[in-house]
Structures are given as C-alpha cells and as structure tokens.
Design a protein around this ligand. Structure first.
Ligand SMILES: *Cc1c(COP(=O)(O)O)cnc(C)c1O
Length: 484
C-alpha cells in the first residue's frame, strides 16, 4: 500500500519529468512535433480536451457529441481533399491506425472475390513503415517497389507489378523519408481499370498540400481511381497526438473497415476503428482547431511553412558537401552528402545532424537502406518544417552552416569492424539477456544516458542485418520502461 500524495506534488513531479523532454514548442525539433506557433490554437485544444475528458468515444449513440464532432471533422477534411458525397470517413487515433484500417478494408474486399490465397500490398520502398506494420498484423505479402536515387518511384515500375493478388496499392502525398509526391494519377488510371484499390497516404501532406503554393499534380479524390486517403490532424492540423482521418470512397467499401459482433454475452459491439473504449479528447481538440482556424488559418500557416522550407532548402543548397535529395514537395525534405565534391569536402549527414544538435536544433537521422533490387538509398537527415520555423530561420540557418563546417570531411561512421566482431547469431533464438549484453557491448544502454551522438547508433543499424537491428531496438525500448 502506498500513501496518497498531494496532487500539487504529483503535478510538480510531472513538470520536472517534462524537463527531460525535447522541446515541443519553439521550432527547435524538426520532426515529431508540429507547432502552429499560435497560443490560441493550443489553448482551444486544451479546453476542448477538458470539456470531453470523461466521455467514452466508444459509443456515439450514448455520447452524442462524439458523433457530431466526428461528422464535422470528416466533412472538413473531405472538403479539403475534394471528396464528394460518396466519400465517407472516420476519425482515428493517428496515421498508423488510418493506414492499418485502409489495409484491413482492402483485404476484406479482396477476400470476397479471392476466398483462397494471400493478398499482396504493393507500394514503393518509401511508403511509411505503418504499412509494413499493417502487412505484418493483417498477413499480407508486402511487395516494395524500388525507387530511384532521387527517392521517386516510376509509375511504370508500380504498374508492372500489378496482379490479381494485389489487394491494395499505396502511394504517398508526399512520402515521409524524401517528401516525394508519388505518381498518383498515372497509377490510378491502371488500378481503376483493373478494379484494384489505391490508397493515398496523405498522413503528412493532407492538411498542408491543399494550400501549397504552385500547381501540384492532383493526388486526392479528384483522381477517380483513388479509393481511400489518410490525413493526420496531429501533423499539419496542429492537433495534439491522437487525431487522424481515414476517408474512403463509397459506403460499401468503407463498411469493410468496421468490426461488429453480437456473439458474446455483453453489449453488441460495433467499432469502426481499432480501439474499443477511447478518448474523445484528440477528436474534440482537432475539431476545435479546424473550427478556430478555418481553411483560411490553415492556409496562412501553410504559407509560412512554404516560405521557411524554401529558405532552408536554399541554405542547404549553399552548403558545400550537402545536397537536398530529389524534388521534395511540401514542408519536409531530406539531406544527403554531396558526392559530386571530393571526399574531404563532403559532409556526412549524420555527423551533420549531431553537430547541428549541439547548436540546439534536433534533426532526424535516416539510415541508408538496401532495396530489393540491391540499390542503396543513402544515409540522410530529415527536416520537417512547421509554422514556427520561420521565426527561428536565422538561428537555424546559422546552425546548419556551422554544423556542416564542424564536420566537413569526417567520413561516415564505419561500423563494419563491429559487424566482423559479431559471433554468428540466430536472431530468432536470441533471449532478452543475450540481446541486452550485445547492446551493452555496443556501448548502448546499461543504465547510462542515451548517447548525444546518434551517428554511431545509426551506423550500427545500417551495418547489422535488419532482423538483428530490429531485435536490438526492441530490447532497448523494452528495457526503457521496465520498473526499477
Ligand atoms: C506520420 C506518417 C504516418 C504514420 O502516422 P503516425 O501518426 O505516426 O501513426 C504515415 N504516413 C506518413 C506519410 C506519415 O508522415
């Protein structure tokens, strides 16, 4: 038994713990957090959450407000993405849930006409990892189409792999790693003709591309073959985490998203999404923010993102030894080493990210990746630009330049010695303590703080066979939350 604690003390402890976090506001973290920079947006979200704090989103017939909020939020996003009255949707807990449900829907539909066999999910290598998760959870064969060195997939390469077993093709608007806008219309023309479902993952782009300056090729419900689209409110909708929308073309399609059962002694269950009892907080917050900002407010925030993105891309283009990968669309891009200059003038993107972090800005390291055809996508560093970025452009630009100057000519961390020193291992048979010992052998974990320099950690991930790297990461995260 433990004695009660004064709530003030409990909250004080929480405050102290929050000091451990990366800053969620102010534009110093260029991933994970999407700060509008508007105090009124945060305030209306917090008030909305407080209003619905005790509500159970499980049952909109008992908690009628939930149904209204969801219908209005879905309607708002549907309007942005040019859906007509045929397009219906659900609020979900985030991009991953929207993606999982898009895959579930397509799989159920495919099974109606293919009672035997295993469905295939076809997508470029750059598709979000949530679809790897969906394929694993829902038992689809994952077929990843290699992309070019610019991160772009060719429509012809996708079309060439279509087949009767393909339950769903997924394209992105844009993809997360390199911000490439996939060739939606070109692929849709063929999938529509062949009756194959096509999901557009606009989790990151859905609430910002509609306002992006310049003409973009159509990628949303304007394209007739697009059967579903996911868009996250907790990204460029500036809502607290836990808010996304999945839109589907056609009620008959969307009903396959649901799970219902009357075959137990409890209440009849009908769930459009994965969770049962759920918070109405993120939904209410996302709704309140879209109502407060309107499309005009979202448009102004997108314009700020666009100005800041253009400025940062110019800054990076001016740094000797670095280059922006491909032709990114939207408020994000990846940076790689520029191998058109001599090695001693090149800047390794991971050392660069570590150096920029020392100047107070957190960028996201992306490991190199070998694709199915043997080609290798380079190590990169990812930046997501938000409306607050514009206010720190000077400071950030200076950090990007100084970081590059500090590490120019330093080669990428070589983890091959590490790999050579590894005893032969069977990843499937490793127990938790053996993996933990391995991690400690790499200087990771062991009760110590996570290291400030991430380049060595990512180099280990790049060098190890994926199954082993994945097992090590599982162990690291598992140990992180073990009670002392
Ligand atoms: C963020 C993101 C997702 C997954 O979303 P979560 O909200 O992190 O679950 C899926 N696709 C893309 C393109 C994303 O950027």
């Amino acid at each position: 038994m433990s004695a009660p604690t004064d709530p003030e003390a409990v909250i004080a402890r929480l405050r102290a713990l929050r000091e451990l976090d990366a800053p969620t506001h102010g534009g110093h973290v260029l991933s994970y957090v999407y700060d509008s920079g508007l105090a009124a947006v945060d305030e209306v979200a917090a008030r909305a959450i407080r209003e619905v704090l005790p509500v159970n989103g499980l049952d909109p017939t008992t908690f009628r407000s939930v149904g209204v909020l969801e219908a209005e939020l879905v309607g708002f996003v549907r309007g942005l993405l040019h859906g007509d009255a045929e397009v219906v949707g659900s609020a979900t807990s985030g991009g991953t849930e929207s993606c999982l449900l898009a895959v579930k829907t397509a799989r159920e539909l495919w099974r109606q006409t293919h009672p035997r066999g295993r469905a295939r999910l076809l997508a470029p290598t750059t598709v979000h990892a949530a679809f790897q998760k969906a394929a694993a959870y829902l038992d689809l064969e994952l077929d990843l189409v290699p992309v070019g060195p610019d991160g772009a997939v060719s429509a012809a390469d996708v079309v060439a792999r279509l087949g009767d077993d393909v339950a769903l093709v997924v394209l992105s608007a844009p993809n997360y790693p390199f911000a490439v806008l996939d060739p939606v219309a070109e692929v849709a023309e063929v999938t529509a003709e062949r009756g194959i479902a096509l999901h557009v993952d606009a989790c990151i782009g859905g609430l910002v591309l509609p306002f992006w300056p310049g003409e973009l090729p159509p990628w949303d419900f304007r394209v007739p073959g697009v059967t579903s689209v996911s868009a996250d409110l907790h990204k460029f909708g500036y809502a607290p985490k836990g808010a996304s929308v999945l839109l589907q073309r056609g009620r008959d399609r969307q009903r396959h998203q649901f799970f219902a059962t009357t075959r137990w002694p409890g209440y009849p269950v009908v769930n459009p999404t994965i969770l049962g009892s759920k918070s109405a907080g993120p939904l209410a917050a996302a709704w309140a923010i879209t109502e407060t900002l309107g499309t005009q407010g979202l448009g102004e925030l997108a314009a700020s993102c666009a100005r800041a993105t253009a400025a940062l891309r110019e800054t990076v283009a001016g740094i000797e030894g670095l280059r922006v990968v491909g032709e990114p669309v939207g408020p994000l891009f990846a940076v790689a080493s520029d191998d058109s200059v001599p090695a001693e003038r090149q800047v390794d993107p991971h050392h660069w990210a570590d150096a920029v972090r020392a100047h107070g800005f957190v960028l996201q390291l992306q490991p190199a990746l070998r694709q199915a055809d043997g080609t290798v996508l380079p190590s990169t560093t990812h930046l997501t630009v938000t409306p607050v970025t514009e206010a720190v452009l000077g400071e950030l630009g200076a950090a990007l330049v100084a970081g590059a100057d500090a590490v120019r000519g330093i080669p990428h961390v070589d983890a091959s010695a590490l790999l050579a020193a590894l005893p032969p291992l069977d990843e499937t048979a490793l127990d938790a303590d053996t993996v933990w010992a391995l991690l400690q052998g790499f200087g990771i974990g062991g009760g110590a703080e996570l290291p400030d320099a991430q380049a060595p950690l990512v180099a280990v991930i790049e060098a190890l066979p994926p199954a082993l790297a994945e097992r090590l990461l599982v162990e690291l995260l598992g140990r992180l939350v073990e009670p002392a």
